[in-house]
Design a protein around this ligand. Structure first.
Ligand code: KG4
Ligand code: ZN
Length: 346
């Protein structure tokens, strides 16, 4: 069974052909980072305009790479939210038009459900139940997943998502967009203990909070740069790092705070729910330190950890096809009155 997935929820136009919810035949992504780079973040109007230009070429390439036509498809699965409304409208309108004109069944997939199902693209035998930690630019949540459409949110961010914090800190440091991969790289040459940034553990809760950390980095920069009244102690590593070491230390110390919180909260969820199986997905799951630390925690606690390869962590349409497969099998089809929504709980 072949399903064409489409995702235009944010700044990537993506289309993918997936067989039986797990076997990727093609996965095409047109990235807009170049367009938004100079603004230090996504400009929604520019994103939707670019989706309009790219949706047909990207879908066409996904079909051609898979050597199939619309006639070979069992269904089209489209992401209908959450996300940027203008961006979502492009994917949804396109999918509805093709399904209507070609007589193909349409299924609607929640973007977060896509992230939850992304590990299935490499692990067809991932058994339920499991805990799903989704860490992206728009979301940071932990779910208990008991089966298809059986999701319970155990905790979520109360303010910024972890990826948003990466992007904002990168902007503060003048490093560019998206910030996650840049900070990930710089942190490799920095000292994670150089600056003791706060960790919002929020005792008794599986919620997250990252906006205080972002402010702490801002305050650190303001005071450390003037070397006056600093609330933070800056411990330069010995031997001192080469030029650029200061920024590397900020990157590594910021990242240590984010990763410590994510790992600790996952441990709490494992203990609370007594589930020894965890998936990690979303753009920040591409982070090398987070991947390493979650795997180490899994080994220590004898918990199975499933993390998709980095390109399947960030936004892609294959994950929409993967989740769409379960909708299709359950007969959960969407009508042509399908409307995308910017906010959409799972
Ligand atoms: O899942 P995603 O592609 O889009 C959303 O649904 O938000 O996630 C994008 C986010 C961005 O904030 C980006 O900075 C972050 O994922 N990201 C990373 C890394 N790669 C992407 N964050 C940390 N380390 C990375 N290597
Ligand atoms: Zn995403």
């Amino acid at each position: 069974m072949l399903i064409l997935g489409i995702d235009t929820s944010c700044d990537d136009t993506s289309a993918s052909v997936v067989e039986n919810g797990t076997n990727i035949i093609s996965n095409i992504i047109s990235n807009q980072a170049e367009i938004h780079k100079k603004y230090g973040g996504i400009v929604p109007e520019l994103a939707s305009r670019r989706h309009i230009e790219m949706i047909w070429p990207v879908v066409d390439e996904a079909l051609k790479t898979a050597c199939v036509t619309f006639e070979d498809l069992s269904s089209i699965a489209v992401c209908h939210g959450p996300g940027l409304i203008g961006s979502l409208l492009v994917g949804c309108s396109f999918a509805k038009a093709v399904c209507y004109s070609k007589g193909i069944p349409l299924v609607a997939v929640n973007h977060l459900e896509g992230h939850i199902f992304s590990p299935f693209l490499e692990e067809s035998k991932l058994p339920f139940p499991f805990l799903a930690l989704i860490v992206s630019g728009g979301h940071t949540s932990i779910y208990r997943v008991d089966g298809f459409s059986k999701y319970r949110e155990l905790g979520r961010t109360r303010d910024d998502a972890a990826g948003e914090a990466y992007d904002k800190v990168s902007k503060l440091l003048g490093l560019g967009y998206p910030g996650g991969p840049i900070i990930d790289k710089l942190a490799k040459n920095g000292n994670p203990k150089a600056i003791d940034f706060p960790r919002a553990y929020l005792p008794e809760s599986l919620d997250f909070s990252f906006s205080g950390l972002k402010t702490a980095v801002l305050n650190f920069l303001k005071t450390a740069i003037s070397h006056e009244n600093s609330n933070y102690t800056y411990n330069p590593p010995t031997p001192p790092l080469e030029k650029g070491g200061f920024i590397n230390d900020i990157a590594a110390s910021f990242q240590a705070s984010v990763v410590d919180v994510l790992v600790r909260k996952t441990e709490w969820a494992i203990k609370k729910e007594r589930i020894k199986r965890v998936t990690l997905s979303g753009g920040v799951a591409a982070n090398s330190e987070l991947r390493k630390r979650i795997k180490e925690m899994g080994e220590e606690r004898e918990v199975e950890i499933f993390i998709p390869s980095a390109p399947l962590c960030t936004d892609n349409a294959a994950m929409i096809s993967a989740a769409g497969y379960y909708h299709y099998k359950s007969g959960n089809f969407a009508g042509f009155d399908l409307n995308p929504k910017a906010y959409m709980p799972l």
